[in-house]
Write a protein that binds this ligand. Structure first.
Ligand code: SF4
Length: 574
């Protein structure tokens, strides 16, 4: 094992300089590896800049770290305008026959042979190295650690050159395209693909009616957790691969970065630049909420969502699509309200005779009839005013919302004298404890919806149902409508009826009520444990946590214009 004499300094310079001087951007060797595996994978990673570090990726990183302990660590970065390539070689060996490219892989070989994508990768490295050293590279070795196979690959400069050139040309063609390639690889490749939770190939096959029931490749749960920091005066710093929470009393709590999905900073919490950089590099969302629970903003890394945002913009210029999505969204929300109230009535005999409840149920049914009718009219009518239709749907949705909150006092087992008495929805600011709880939970849900949309790469400011009348992102408000009842109202009503709240959880003034630190902790715990509960998606027919369902719905929404439509907002309370 060694280093080419003139390699590191020159190659480092050329690696960066070539990228700046060439007309065509250079293709990463690892991107060619993805291309040979699946063109859609290449597109998602290189064009849409979606990369996911799953367990396999972390295992691969660990393997390289382990190997580096036994070897002199260095990275040889090479670039070539002639080849149109750039890449980082982790390991080389010098033998009597010359330099040998060595590549370590965590998995198994293909029965003693290299996988096509691995073969293309080492051929590309060999060509880069040959150009850089001026010496022919005749051999590469791939060490598959799972079955301990060291597979030798002879390098024929001409054949390797032609194969790599063709791959680079195809990569450039795909990079220039606005169209995401279809799902077109054997299913077994998808099962081990790190991007299957993003690509949703099984759901695509299901929507195409190629499969009666999709196999779940979308993880049912996320091992990573959302960390809320509510302690005022706390700090967030970075130490190696950990984020460290500093408490005002001087104590510290280290949290491994690999376990964190997002940090939510409530009120006066400081975060260091190093911690922000770490979050950016590891796709950890950062969200700020005010002390009172208002959502302030988020930080999300990466600017590579251009294609997805462009397609979203084009999609929402299609008024028929916007109306269809609005109808489906309101139908999901109101049908869930209807089902929930019906379920409650069945468990509380006597409620069904209440006039308010009967009126509310009729309102839900009227709204459902209207949105179903509008969806059909839209499909058939050539001249329709989309703005007026959406305005009409909004009106019905508003009436159903009012009916729902008028029914709520009958479902809550609180008396008029109770500090948790509820007589209607109010906000900005909330005037009673139940409204303070509702607002706080919705702010947490809003954060999750913003996080899911950013993770999917959608522009949250561009919605199809809500209008930008407040500082809140319209698309996040749209997505929230699917989850208000499921994720917050149901567990909150349960907790109120179980008498889990005390007056001491709130700060109560004549004009405003909000949760204090203890109250916020309890609300966060209630909300986060609800998110971890699993349920079965009624259409896709597989189980997953509510937390994952938010992201799934955001991805299914995007599929309405980038893949097979028809699966968004189909979730229903059973
Ligand atoms: S999940 Fe399948 S179709 Fe999607 S990128 Fe991966 S291999 Fe390609």
């Amino acid at each position: 094992m060694g280093k080419p004499h003139d390699a590191s300094a020159d190659s480092f310079t050329s690696f960066h300089a070539a990228d700046k001087t060439t007309g065509e951007p250079l293709i990463r060797v690892m991107a060619l590896h993805a291309l040979a595996y699946c063109e859609r994978l290449f597109y998602l990673e290189e064009v849409e800049e979606l990369r996911r570090a799953d367990a396999n990726v972390y295992d691969g990183r660990r393997l390289h770290t382990e190997l580096e302990k036994d070897e002199e660590p260095y990275t040889l970065e090479l670039a070539s305008e002639t080849l149109g390539l750039k890449g980082k070689l982790d390991c080389l060996q010098h033998r009597s026959s010359g330099w040998v490219v060595v590549e370590h892989k965590k998995g198994k070989s293909q029965k003693g042979a290299p996988w096509p994508s691995d073969r293309l990768q080492v051929m590309a490295y060999a060509l880069l190295l040959a150009e850089h050293t001026g010496q022919e590279v005749k051999e590469a070795v791939i060490h598959y650690h799972a079955d301990n196979q060291k597979v030798k690959i002879p390098i024929q400069p001409q054949t390797a050159g032609e194969e790599v050139k063709a791959a680079v040309a195809r990569a450039r063609e795909l990079k220039a395209s606005l169209e995401r390639p279809p799902v077109a690889v054997p299913e077994k490749l998808c099962r081990t693909c790190s991007l299957s939770p993003v690509c949703l190939p099984e759901e695509e096959r299901f929507a195409l009616a190629e499969k009666p029931k999709p196999q779940r490749l979308f993880p049912p749960d996320d091992d990573r957790r959302v960390v809320h920091i509510v302690e005022q005066g706390a700090t967030v710093g970075r130490e190696g691969e950990q984020l460290v929470i500093g408490r005002p009393d001087g104590s510290k709590k280290p949290l491994p970065g690999i376990n964190i999905l997002a940090l939510v900073l409530h009120g006066n919490v400081q975060v260091s630049t190093q911690a922000i950089h770490y979050c950016a590099a590891n796709e950890i969302g950062l969200h700020w909420l005010s002390y009172g629970g208002h959502y302030i903003g988020a930080f999300a890394a990466g600017a590579g969502k251009v294609q997805r945002r462009h397609r979203q913009h084009q999609a929402f210029a299609d008024h028929h699509l916007k109306v269809r999505l609005a109808c489906r969204l309101v139908a999901a929300k109101v049908e869930n309200q209807l089902r929930y109230v019906m379920r409650t009535i069945r468990s509380q005999p006597g409620l069904e005779t209440e006039m308010v409840i009967q009126t509310g149920l009729n309102q839900f049914r009227d709204t459902l009839k209207e949105v179903n009718r509008q969806e059909t009219v839209t499909a058939d009518g050539p001249d329709f005013d989309a703005t007026a239709v959406i305005e009409r749907i909004r009106g019905y949705e508003g009436l159903s919302g009012r009916a729902y909150f008028e029914i709520l006092p009958f479902i809550l087992k609180t008396s008029a004298e109770d500090f948790l008495a509820f007589s209607g929805r109010n906000r900005r600011p909330p005037k009673d404890p139940v409204n303070a709880l509702l607002s706080f939970g919705y702010a947490l849900l809003y954060r999750d919806c913003v996080g899911a949309l950013l993770a999917v790469g959608l522009e949250p400011a561009l919605g199809f149902f809500h209008t930008p009348r407040s500082p809140a992102y319209p698309l996040a408000l749209d997505l929230m409508e699917l989850f208000r009842l499921l994720l917050w109202d149901i567990p909150l009503i349960g907790s109120i009826n179980r008498r889990q709240w005390q007056k001491s959880d709130f700060e109560i003034t004549p004009g405003q009520v909000w949760l204090n630190t203890e109250g916020r902790r309890k609300a966060i715990q209630l909300y986060e444990s609800r998110k971890q509960e699993k349920w079965k998606h009624p259409v896709l027919n597989y189980s997953l946590s509510y937390a994952r369902t938010i992201e799934l719905e955001a991805r299914l929404l995007e599929k309405e214009w980038t893949g097979q439509p028809g699966l968004f907002a189909r979730l229903r309370l059973r």
